[in-house]
Design a protein around this ligand. Structure first.
Ligand SMILES: [Zn+2]
Ligand SMILES: [Zn+2]
Length: 267
């Protein structure tokens, strides 16, 4: 392992990490934009969830906030790298160190715990005294896009950034499992903010699909504010009765064969 306390190694690793985090955000957002809003826009036009125009300068602001988020994720990530070097974490590199079954189980387990952390953090951030300090920035985007996916106030970014590193102190995690979890996080955030429903018809009844959050589900969070707090999965919203009563109808409308595109909004 290189000596990350060496300034040259530290800063080159930090630069590499930042490029990985911010570059991945830009790449995923650009690919989703190109596929669904440019290349196949006619095919997906009827699956636009909200039709109200985005605010002037919205995408530029979202990329700016996402840049700050990426810097914060990098800073926390470098703290994790230093802790790893000091032997304080349980990150492992040799797949043989733990049973392969653990590797497979560790990924959904961390996603489940992350979901639980974010759902309750998110509900707390919607409390009036907390909302304007931490979470208002994200909700300035009412009609979202893939560019919204990292658009958070720095304090919210910090609260989000600490979770995965905290897991690396508590349970053995292979480095590639962490990388995979972070890639799933970026992908689902882009899908959920895309404002184009990409899941197939009847996915809301599918044994697995019904537990996945998509663009319609999360768009209703941005338009209605008091429903759909989940991150990857719908189960906390279902269990706590915070899933929007408009979700099923809107999902069917957006994925159905023909359309009367009416946007529900009680905001
Ligand atoms: Zn929110
Ligand atoms: Zn959002």
């Amino acid at each position: 392992m290189p000596d990350f306390t060496e300034p040259a190694v530290f800063w080159s690793t930090a630069f590499f990490l930042f490029c990985g985090i911010f570059g991945r955000y830009l790449l995923f957002a650009a690919v989703f934009y190109w596929v669904f809003k440019v290349s196949f826009r006619h095919r997906f036009a009827e699956r636009e969830v909200q039709n109200r125009p985005r605010r002037a300068g919205q995408v530029g602001r979202e990329i700016g906030w996402s840049l700050l988020t990426s810097l914060i994720f990098t800073a926390i990530g470098m703290g994790l790298v230093l802790a790893w070097q000091m032997g304080l974490t349980r990150i492992y590199l040799d797949l043989g160190d733990y049973p392969l079954l653990w590797y497979v189980v560790s990924i959904p387990l961390v996603l489940f715990l992350h979901e639980t952390y974010y759902y309750w953090l998110h509900r707390w951030m919607h409390r009036p005294g907390v909302y304007r300090w931490l979470h208002k920035t994200h909700h300035e985007s009412i009609t979202t896009s893939a560019w919204t996916s990292f658009s958070f106030h720095p304090l919210e970014s910090l609260l989000q950034a600490v979770f995965i590193p905290a897991m690396a102190f508590l349970m053995p995690l292979h480095l590639s499992a962490i990388a995979l979890i972070l890639t799933i996080m970026t992908t689902t955030s882009a899908i959920n903010h895309l404002n184009t429903e990409i899941y197939p018809r009847d996915f809301n009844n599918h044994w697995f699909g019904r537990w996945l959050i998509g663009a319609t589900h999360h768009s209703l969070h941005h338009s209605q504010f008091r429903f759909n707090y989940g991150l990857y999965f719908t189960f906390w919203d279902k269990w706590m009765n915070t899933e929007s009563p408009d979700f099923i109808r809107l999902f069917r409308q957006k994925t159905g064969p023909k359309k009367e595109a009416k946007i529900p909004s009680d905001s």
